[in-house]
Ligand binder design. Structure first.
Ligand code: ATP
Ligand code: MG
Length: 589
């Protein structure tokens, strides 16, 4: 299935209004955004909201969006996550592929280091060339330079308080903090100590670099926040070059500045960091237009949870099979489940951008997925719970072939042959010996149509010694086949089936919501609200064309739902399909 690439009509929201005003006023004629994941886990649907916002705004305005790995905390990060995140973003917005995405040059060397001519980069224009991906660690030299500049200006100091002591000095939201006893060190002493921190003279935690702002500020983030800490650990990008690492707040605003970001869009928990973002940039007398940060509400989706820490627990305790388990809201899991990237992008646009945090109903996401798949997925026949049906008036070698449309509304998707034979499989619950009222499927004395086949009429059943149903016998009326005289004859029910001769066996994994409650993340007790029925496996019979289904193709198995070949567990000797989603919302009732 191809990913249809059009960027949707831009919705209207407060961030796009700001962007439009900044273009109109000439403040930022060229829009540059960024998406800054930390390479310490997999991307999830919440990240997709941010990715679609940042890349979407860039595309809508002929701007640029940088993928920048926010890799300032080497103890928790790994190149494995750099690769998976890059792949996930490529998949998600590949359909929008465009020169302006920083993703266009995979593996290209990122922004050049500028170790020598330090003053160069300081005044140089922001890198205009999109190179991909970017890493905060590309700018360690620059960050260090900026830190020294703050020291020289008397705006940063080296502090010897331990983490616990610093915590005690910080105060509380209602009480002001106290100045560190090291706050009044001279510029010379601070510079000397900071250089020795960088040179590796002190152990982890012995000293920090802190901004000198205001220990009495009502905003805790302005109470002389940490800028650098000592960590004698190798970094996945810079190896052993550094033993001091900048903190997020220091690195982020400066990374934005160095890349010429105009609008730095993040989730609302960063609102309280914004005064610090602005303070750092404004304290450095930077020559170019400064980036500005804007905050929007994160995505919360019912019946699932996003937090890396919690998903990690689900993986570690084997509640799911891994980070790409199709029940998880990770992009890797959604992709393996068969959710189209285009559906995720449409969802991200549809839910909109506001400042107010809310819980989006699962049905909103699922509805978008169904709409997308209904429009794009080819139709196939498959039987999940097979029951043998023998058409007694057909000989063993009799075969009636007909062409079944691959898509009812899109002729360009073509047709495929479907073969009616003496023995076929139907769904167990499409037959009832003792039918409930209004049962429109096969029952004693009744007739139904086999889709793309003909009308059949019940004859009798065969049971084993214990009285279990083994097979159902019926007579086929071949004159009701397409193109035959009685093709238009009507019966109350139509059921799906596959020829027993042609059918291929497959393991089909039926997924459902992972949790039984709408807000599993509301407490730490989320392991106790797992849905025990979130995965059921059945041995299905599928029409033979599904044997060679391409990876990532999603099919509608008629009357059942949407299904995709599993990307991990398909082997030559056995097919595995995942159910992407049912045809209707089974939770609505
Ligand atoms: P988690 O909370 O799952 O551990 P994170 O926020 O720490 O994730 P980052 O890699 O720091 O993960 O996130 C990268 C970007 O994605 C940030 O700009 C962040 O604001 C944004 N983001 C994270 N979660 C969401 C969400 N639920 N909705 C929208 N944007 C999000
Ligand atoms: Mg984060």
């Amino acid at each position: 299935m191809s990913d249809t690439g059009a960027v949707p009509e831009p919705p209207s929201d407060f961030i796009r209004d700001i962007v439009a005003a900044d273009i109109a006023s000439g403040h930022t004629p060229q829009i540059v955004t960024r998406f800054p994941p930390e390479p310490n886990g997999y991307l999830h649907l919440g990240h997709a909201k941010s990715i679609c916002l940042n890349f979407g705004i860039a595309l809508e305005n002929q701007g640029r969006c940088n993928l920048r790995f926010d890799d300032t905390n080497p103890t928790k990060e790994d190149t494995h996550f750099v690769d998976s995140i890059t792949e996930d973003i490529r998949w998600l917005i590949g359909g929008w592929a465009d020169d302006r995405l920083s993703l266009q040059t995979p593996g290209a060397k990122p922004v050049p280091q500028n170790a020598e001519g330090r003053e160069d980069f300081f005044a140089a224009p922001a890198s205009a060339e999109p190179r991909a991906p970017f890493f905060a660690s590309n700018y360690f030299d620059q960050y260090y330079f900026f830190a020294e500049r703050l020291i020289v200006k008397g705006l940063a100091f080296v502090c010897d308080l331990s983490a616990e002591e610093a915590e005690a000095y910080r105060g509380t939201p209602t009480e002001p903090g106290r100045n560190s006893p090291f706050r009044d060190r001279s510029v010379e002493e601070n510079l000397d100590l900071f250089r020795r921190m960088r040179a590796g003279e002190f152990p982890d935690g012995a000293r920090t670099l802190r901004a000198k702002i205001d220990m009495a500020s009502p905003n805790i983030w302005l109470r002389d926040p940490l800028l650098y800490r000592i960590r004698h650990v190798a970094h996945h990008q810079t190896g052993n070059d550094w033993c001091i690492y900048p903190l997020y707040d220091f690195a982020h605003c400066l990374g934005d500045y160095l890349e010429g970001i105009t609008h730095s869009l993040c989730t609302i928990e960063f609102e309280v960091h914004r005064p610090l973002y602005d303070w750092i940039l404004q304290s450095l007398d930077l020559p170019r237009t400064l980036p500005r940060q804007f905050e929007f509400a994160p995505l919360n989706l019912a019946y699932t949870l996003f937090s890396k820490r919690r998903v990690l627990k689900l993986v570690a305790e084997k509640a799911v099979s891994g980070w790409d388990d199709p029940r998880l809201p990770t992009l890797a899991g959604l992709r393996r489940r068969g959710i189209p990237a285009a559906a995720i992008r449409k969802f991200a646009y549809h839910i909109g951008i506001t400042k107010f945090e809310s819980l989006i109903e699962a049905a909103v996401f699922e509805g978008t997925v169904r709409d997308e798949l209904n429009a794009t997925a080819q139709r196939r026949l498959g039987v999940l719970h097979p029951l043998k049906l023998v058409l007694t008036n057909l000989a063993e070698d009799e075969v009636y072939e007909s062409e079944a449309p691959n898509h009812p509304k899109d002729e360009s998707q073509g047709t495929r042959p479907v073969r009616l034979t003496r023995e076929v499989y139907i769904e167990q619950d499409d037959f009832a010996e003792v039918p409930p009222p209004k049962f429109r499927r096969l029952k004693p004395g009744g007739s139904v149509r086999l889709k793309y086949g003909c009308i059949i009429t019940y004859e009798d059943v065969v049971k084993d010694a214990d009285g279990n149903l083994v097979e159902v016998h019926a007579t086929a009326d071949l004159t009701t086949r397409r193109g035959q005289p009685n093709a238009d004859q009507k019966v109350k029910g139509t059921i799906h089936w596959v020829s027993a001769v042609d059918a291929v066996d497959a393991e089909v994994r039926l997924y459902d919501r992972l949790f039984t409650v709408a807000e599993p993340g509301a407490t730490e007790d989320f392991m106790s609200v797992l849905n025990p029925g979130s995965l059921k496996t059945v041995s299905a019979k599928l029409e033979p064309s599904l044997r060679n289904a391409p990876a990532e193709a999603v099919f509608q198995f008629e009357r059942l739902g949407y299904f995709t070949p599993d990307s991990q567990d398909n082997k030559a000797d056995g097919l595995v399909f995942n159910r992407t989603i049912t045809l209707r919302d089974t939770w609505a009732k």
